[in-house]
Design a protein around this ligand. Structure first.
Ligand code: BG6
Length: 511
């Protein structure tokens, strides 16, 4: 098993140290749409190393020149489109592209990794990039273990005091607790925990990082952030996109595995964690993991909802049902929506339900965390029953309109005492200029400078899978019986509303 070695740290905001990045899956969608625009944004903002080389690795045959052209096109299309607002910086783009080479490689061939080793040695000379290497596994999950085994056997992930070797592993990390543990054991044969950067791209989003800042850099929220004042919490990650061209992946994955143990639980952990002792990677990740390990066992029969979208419409336009999508089996039972109620057994949260929901083909793209406060104990106001007052609600909006909103009651002008709901709204865009970003910039840069705070540690991944395990087992046993439907373009299935209605609560509308 590899040893933990400490390397010199680069301060945040400084240029990353010279290194080579090797992307496995360089011909794939993730590389094209997100990694290349992110690298371009890092180059543009002066954070990419001065001396940098990138080796694109994939099974396709491609020359260096055609790979460079592929990258250039990707940056022009995706950085300029979604993640950039001004014209491209041609000089930076050219510089970035000129750092790139390509290697066609059979992921399972030991000889190919020897050639990769020789290539890295060449780049040290031609690009003067030194010995640090970051391997990025942008490939299907079934390849993760095999590639890391091969890297280990070829001696490519061995570290010493002046050489770091880091491996970024995309999600999904396993498909249940047992497979995640097995994958982790396999990776740990070749890598120390510190060398493994388990990616959850939600943690690269500015607004997700802001949850911790909002809670711990302000004095007004924390005193109320507990069971004495909070009635319940809702976490929503609603998407309008349907399965698109990902049926092959999605059919065997479904909404629970795709979104819950990773993205949604990261939001849960950031919302519910205790203040960390410091902002070091270990202190922050200790607190996040503690939350997940304090979640009490979910009763899937009453506290989970599993649903699939049927035909529907949005703005008058008809939408396909999941079973009609290309590549989806006509009798598919894969869920495209999941809702779960859970509780956290600790002093801060005992008795406060957390409701989580995520789904595709919904009415609105909307990711938010809403904190629903308790009602005041008595109503002082004539003819105004406490029950009829709408409780205060703090909504942290993650996407697409980043910001926060606090609702409270105010007197409606006039002779009668009547209370109306008002909102105090903060929109990010009113205060800060949005940095063009795919969300991957922060994470790639953090890996280069050796800051693992925004990456998942193995204990938190396992804690996530452990929470969903009873749900996975129950759904497996129930099969088709457990699957509700909802119209594409709607707010989700009735069963999800019913789950909250049992305790007199309701979801915030998506619209
Ligand atoms: C991915 C999931 O991890 O996250 C997708 O596999 C999902 O199914 C996506 O659509 C959501 O991320 P974002 O950044 O588009 O909100």
């Amino acid at each position: 098993m590899a040893q933990d070695i400490e390397h010199e740290k680069t301060a945040h905001g400084e240029r990353a140290p010279s290194c080579t990045m090797v992307i496995f899956g360089a011909g794939g969608d993730l590389t094209k749409r997100l990694l290349m625009p992110a690298l371009y944004n890092l180059a543009r903002t002066g954070l990419l190393p001065d001396k940098f080389a990138l080796v694109g690795v994939d099974r396709l045959d491609m020359s260096d020149a055609s790979f460079q052209l592929h990258v250039e096109k990707a940056v022009r299309e995706f950085a300029a489109d979604k993640h950039y607002t001004q014209t491209l910086n041609e000089e930076q783009l050219e510089r970035l592209v000129s750092c790139m080479t390509y290697m066609s490689l059979d992921f399972a061939s030991a000889d190919a990794y020897k050639l990769l080793g020789a290539k890295l040695a060449d780049l040290k000379v031609t690009h003067q990039v030194g010995d640090h290497v970051m391997f990025y596994l942008a490939v299907g999950a079934r390849f993760f273990g095999g590639i890391v085994d091969q890297l280990g056997q070829a001696g490519l992930v061995t570290e010493n005091d002046s050489q770091w070797r880091r491996v970024v592993v995309e999600k999904p990390f396993g498909h249940d607790l047992e497979s995640a543990q097995a994958l982790n054991t396999q990776l740990r044969h070749s890598l120390a925990e510190k060398q493994i950067y388990r990616m959850d791209h939600f943690l690269g989003k500015e607004t997700v990082q802001n949850i911790m800042l909002m809670r711990f850099a302000n004095g007004i929220f924390e005193p109320l952030w507990n069971r004495d004042h909070i009635d319940h919490v809702q976490i929503t990650v609603a998407e309008t996109v349907a399965v698109e061209n990902r049926a092959a992946f999605y059919e065997s994955t479904g909404a629970l595995r795709d979104m819950v143990p990773n993205h949604v639980f990261q939001l849960l952990a950031l919302t519910a964690m205790e203040p960390p002792a410091s902002l070091s990677a270990d202190d922050v990740r200790n607190e996040k993991t503690k939350v997940l390990t304090s979640v009490h066992s979910v009763n899937p029969a009453t506290d989970s909802v599993r649903a699939q979208y049927a035909t529907g419409e949005r703005e008058g336009k008809p939408l396909l049902g999941y079973k009609q999508e290309a590549g989806v089996a006509a009798d598919s039972t894969t869920e495209t929506y999941v809702a779960i109620k859970l509780g956290i057994d600790n002093w801060r949260w005992a008795g406060v339900p957390f409701y989580l929901r995520t789904g595709k083909a919904l009415a609105k793209r909307n990711s938010e965390i809403s904190i629903h406060f308790k009602r005041p104990p008595i109503s002082l106001f004539r003819n105004t029953a406490t029950e009829s007052l709408t409780p205060n609600c703090l909504v942290i909006k993650l996407q697409p309109d980043e910001g926060a909103s606090l609702s409270f009651g105010a007197k409606i002008p006039g002779p009668k005492i009547e209370i109306g709901q008002v909102h105090m709204d903060f929109h990010y865009k009113d205060y800060f200029q949005n940095a063009p970003s795919t969300g991957y910039e922060t994470l790639i840069y953090d890996c280069m400078i050796g800051d693992a705070t925004l990456f998942q540690r193995s204990d938190s991944v396992m804690a996530g899978w452990d929470i969903v395990k009873p749900v996975q087992v129950y759904w497996q046993q129930q099969g088709q019986n457990q699957l509700s439907t909802y119209a594409a373009g709607s707010d989700g299935p009735q069963a999800s509303e019913d789950m909250l209605a049992q305790s007199g609560r309701s979801w915030r509308p998506l619209l």
